[in-house]
Ligand binder design. Structure first.
Ligand code: SF4
Length: 77
């Protein structure tokens, strides 16, 4: 019953993952496996790709389980 959100961040972006929203489509792990990993903890590795690619991938999450907030004032997304 808990609303357990996970946060991951680097100097440019904060990613939030809401496990209860995830529908396990696997878009993220198939399309950007360097960042979204199935058998590694932590499962999101922000050093695996560029921030722009990570943001682009998050936009393709069909459930809204993944979201991000840019730390830059000039959000280009
Ligand atoms: S793309 Fe979104 S819904 Fe699909 S597995 Fe990843 S987090 Fe879950």
């Amino acid at each position: 019953m808990e609303n357990n959100k996970n946060k991951y961040e680097n100097s440019e972006i904060t990613i939030t993952f809401s496990p209860r929203k995830c529908i396990h489509s696997a878009n993220c792990v198939k399309e950007l496996s360097e960042v979204f990993r199935t058998s590694v903890i932590p499962w999101i590795n922000l050093e695996g790709s560029t921030t722009e690619k990570i943001k682009s991938q998050i936009k393709r999450c069909p459930s809204g389980a993944l979201s991000y907030c840019s730390k830059s004032r000039n959000k280009s997304a």
